[in-house]
Design a protein around this ligand. Sequence first.
Ligand code: SF4
Length: 244
Amino acid sequence: MPRHASIGALPNQWQPAASIDHAAHSAMNAEKRAEIFRRLHAANPAPTTELEYATTFQLLVAVILSAQATDKSVNLATRTLFADAPTPQCMLALGETGLAKYINRIGLYNAKAKNVIATCRQLIEQHGGEVPRERDALEALPGVGRKTANVVLNTAFGEATIAVDTHIFRVANRTRLAPGKTPLAVELKLLKSVPDDYKADAHHWLILHGRYVCKSRKPECWRCAIADLCEYRDKTRLYEDRTQ
Ligand code: SF4
């Protein structure tokens, strides 16, 4: 059963929790962090990836293909690809040239085709055709780095990992939830500071928040559910946007 999810509507009108004393908590602290995740959870209780897949192998391939590409473009390609080649064995049989024909609308498709075929071969030769659930084994697969391994460990195996992509990196720095100069620094800070109850889903909440609300060029602060907790200095207001 293919899985996909939508963010659902974040509430336009939110009510700050009465227990938060904003004057007394000007710096990001544990109470603010917990309230941020409480609200993200309330708006979307079961967040997941927007990549479409039916098996862990297909999730792995979709994540490899999604580097520097939109989930939408990956889904368009994989709907046909996964129907024709659902397993590592079938995909390996396509070869690099055959696979490239399915994914040629995705950026860097030649390099990705090469990595996916090499990954299929490695899965078959070293892991009995299954996706391993150990980080080291995942990161040893061609085209799989720490971020991809984190997504697979979190989304397929339910581990409390946090894959820091461009959206999470931006949201963590703007809000001051977990400021850091590199994705790894942000990841480690988030792992340390996100309340345990929210850790497994933090990755998807922050990605979706960055993709749909805290957008790169113009964050939509006027409808942001965590605006009063966020420490970004240049928050946007709806009135200013309409008059620009
Ligand atoms: S208030 Fe604005 S900058 Fe802060 S998290 Fe919300 S959208 Fe992003």
